[in-house]
Write a protein that binds this ligand. Structure first.
Ligand code: COA
Length: 705
């Protein structure tokens, strides 16, 4: 029976979505309320209204002794409807109203959880008297990842079930727990192996028919709070540790306060404070940015010209050519995800060095406790080495990570034409070069794609997938699904020098030397970046990467950089030589301002006849980030990037752009006006004559959209 006429799902811009319904079935005296709102049963306004009406009717129904709340499709409620946040669609009943209704019910309500119960979904379940979970289910409160805190009782009820410390850990990390953990901690009351609804009905029937003592509503549970209330030392220590890791974000700190309120304040007061903090954070810029990134990730998987249901090719065995830092990291990324990997090097010595480096990396993870010894052994067992290309004959995908030189790469591709099996994919890990030209050296250019990993490749989340002119659609689809399988964020881009990320990085870096020559010190520039939210500034970054790389490139292309070239001539290659833009103590990565370098910079300004002056942080940001945004718009104009949100993903996951600002394009739209940016670009173009400040063709359109 349908509880209410079918109603449309309420995501504002998703008119084509299937219909949201609440259905009620009966098994004897037990009513089963099934929520159905594909794809993830998000609790939008209409679904909440239907559920509220259904439950209110069942509360008065004398034929019903107990209620099971379950979900259709692949998952229990995966959260409140994130698309509704920040819109006018926060309509009554709100989720707290629904939770209050459930908790006040005189008859027992069981949440029957399969798939994921996340955020508002878990809060709904916490208001129920019991939670029965499928063995493969996962339960969590991931709101912190979207920049807010649970707002419907999650921070107040969860500590009552699992204890404040455990709750704090779950809420601040946002990481869901599995079914068995949930039962062990007191969050769930039973695990079901087969059908979740049958299991939940059986569970409830036992309690009703065998007249088991009724469980107390979660709000009245105090047993797990009392200990922390009298001795909060353990809680405080954990809270301090978690706060130290908050990296300037507000939501983790608000989560800590909310969980503390759960054991210090009466239930309703704690609930009220939780809601206040939720509303406050949800409407703030940090959460808007993080929600933007959530939807950006989902959008990025939709690639123009690649049908959603296009079958991906099967990839079980991956070949990696080159066992240097990049090749080794790529090999680890695949081995970590359970794929077989063959690493090919030119000789036994280089191969041994590469595999030795991988072994050391894994050993470090075991020593740190982030990897178990059996898992390390399994990962190593997936890796084999070879010195002959013939070993790649049975690979489904081969990735070259050889020297960044077009001739070398084309030679590798042409040799691979002889050994790779038909249908196997070939990828280049180039960071700048022309993927079309590289592909032309391979017998089947339609099977070629760029897979631009970021160093260290086993850690960094971004994968720029470079689609060549001839790359087949199913090769792109395969690259996207494979990227997700190995835990990366895929962004499909077109061919140009440096693609999206490194091309914009060049624009961001173009004024670095000019800023030093005009009067800034490396430390002032880096501080402006760090204050903005970057993990480090451009000169710290250069010292980390090694100044000699850029020097070699400049010499090869006939370019110069007054300060960087002189530093390199003096042997200042950065951290690896103990001196770069900064000085470093023995084995230390801590940059120390170097008076000699500052003297050298002043001398260079003098040689060029420049009058040094005070450089403000605002000027530093305007001369580095504004041209980078402008370059981003150019990549949109040229269709190198598909959408602005793709660019944001590239910068957040590949270059450390602060997530709380949502990426450069989101930040520009959210905080700069078109005229402000246009005036700044014009101003700096007049002074520097640099083309990086010339507004992109689509500049106005970008701000209008
Ligand atoms: N509100 C609105 N839409 C949501 C949503 C939510 N809470 N959770 C997922 N969706 C949408 C996605 O945007 C996507 O829409 P699209 O197909 O139009 O792009 C669709 O549901 C499928 O999500 P996706 O993440 O691609 O599927 P998945 O199977 O890989 O993962 C989840 C499913 C539920 C694990 C994942 O979507 C998730 O973590 N969701 C957020 C949960 C959350 O943070 N809840 C707390 C909010 S209170």
């Amino acid at each position: 029976m349908l509880q209410e006429a079918e109603v449309t799902a309420d995501r504002p811009d998703k008119n084509a979505k299937p219909l949201a319904v609440v259905e009620i079935d009966r098994r004897g005296r037990i009513a089963i309320v099934t929520l159905d709102n594909p794809p993830v049963n998000a609790l939008g306004a209409r679904l909440r209204a239907c559920l509220y009406d259904a439950l209110a009717a069942l509360a008065d129904d004398l034929e019903v002794s107990g209620i099971v709340i379950a979900c259709a499709g692949s998952t229990f409620v995966a959260g409140a409807d994130i698309g509704e946040f920040g819109t006018l669609r926060q309509e009554y009943p709100l989720l707290p109203d629904l939770c209050a209704l459930i908790e006040a019910m005189q008859k027992p309500v069981v949440a029957a959880i399969h798939g994921t119960a996340l955020g508002g979904g878990l809060e709904l379940a916490l208001a129920c008297r019991y939670r029965v979970v499928h063995q493969a289910a996962r339960l969590g409160l991931p709101e912190v990842k979207l920049g807010f805190i649970p707002g419907s009782g999650g921070t107040v009820r969860l500590p009552r079930l699992v204890g404040p410390e455990r709750a704090l850990d779950m809420i601040v990390s946002g990481i869901p727990v599995g079914a068995h953990d949930a039962v062990a901690s007191g969050l769930a009351d039973g695990v079901v192996v087969e059908n979740i609804v049958d299991g939940a009905v059986a569970f409830l029937r036992t309690r009703i028919e065998e007249k088991a003592p009724a469980a107390v509503a979660v709000r009245y549970r105090d047993d797990k709070l009392a200990r922390t209330r009298t001795d909060p030392a353990g809680f405080d220590a954990l809270a301090a540790k978690l706060a130290a890791k908050a990296r300037g974000l507000s939501a983790p700190l608000a989560c800590i306060d909310a969980v503390r309120n759960a054991f210090l304040l009466p239930f309703d007061q704690a609930l009220g404070k939780e809601r206040e903090a939720f509303v406050d954070l949800m409407s703030g810029p940090e959460s808007r940015a993080l929600r933007h990134l959530f939807f950006a990730e989902r959008e990025a998987a939709k690639v123009p010209g690649v049908a959603k249901d296009l079958a991906a090719r099967r990839i079980d065995r991956v070949g990696v050519i080159g066992a240097g830092t990049m090749g080794g990291g790529i090999a680890m990324a695949f081995a970590n995800a359970g794929l077989e990997v063959i690493i090919v090097e030119t000789g036994d010595e280089a191969l041994g060095r590469g595999i030795g480096m991988i072994e050391r990396n894994y050993a470090t993870s075991v020593a740190r406790g982030s990897l178990s010894e059996p898992e390390r052994q399994q990962r190593m067992a997936r890796l084999t080495g070879a010195t002959d290309y013939a070993a790649l004959g049975q690979c489904d995908l081969v990735i070259e990570a050889v020297f960044e030189d077009i001739g070398v790469k084309k030679d590798v591709f042409s040799r691979l034409s002889q050994v790779m099996r038909p249908g196997a994919m070939l990828a280049t890990n180039t960071s700048y070069l022309d993927v079309n030209e590289i592909a032309s050296a391979f017998a089947r250019p339609q099977d070629v794609v760029g897979l631009h990993f970021f160093s260290p490749a086993n850690v960094m989340k971004l994968l720029e997938i470079v689609r060549g002119d001839n790359t087949a659609a199913d090769v792109v689809a395969t690259a996207v699904s494979l990227a997700r399988k190995i835990g990366k964020v895929p962004v499909v881009v077109g061919v140009c020098h440096g693609f999206v990320g490194n091309r914009m990085l060049a624009a961001r870096s173009a004024q670095n030397e000019a800023l030093l020559l005009a009067g800034a010190t490396p430390a002032q520039v880096d501080k402006a970046f760090i204050d903005f939210g970057w993990p480090m500034g451009p000169f710290q970054m250069a010292d980390l990467a090694g100044l000699d790389i850029g020097w070699r490139n400049r010499k090869a292309t006939g370019k110069t950089a007054a300060i960087a070239d002189t530093l390199c001539e003096k042997g200042h290659f950065g951290q690896k030589t103990g001196r770069g833009y900064y000085r470093y103590g023995d084995g230390s990565r801590m940059p120390i301002a170097d008076a000699d370098v500052e003297q050298l910079i002043r001398a260079k300004s003098g040689e060029l006849g420049l009058q040094r002056r005070e450089i403000s942080p605002g000027e530093i940001i305007a001369r580095t980030l504004y041209p980078m945004i402008n370059e981003g718009i150019r990549t949109l104009d040229e269709r190198i990037a598909t959408r602005a949100s793709d660019i944001d993903l590239v910068w957040v996951h590949g270059y450390g752009f602060p997530t709380a600002k949502g990426g450069p394009m989101h930040w520009a739209r959210a905080t700069l006006s078109r005229s402000e940016l246009a005036q700044a670009l014009e101003h700096w173009h007049n002074i520097t004559q640099s083309e990086i400040f010339l507004p992109a063709t689509g500049f106005s359109a970008f701000f209008d959209n």
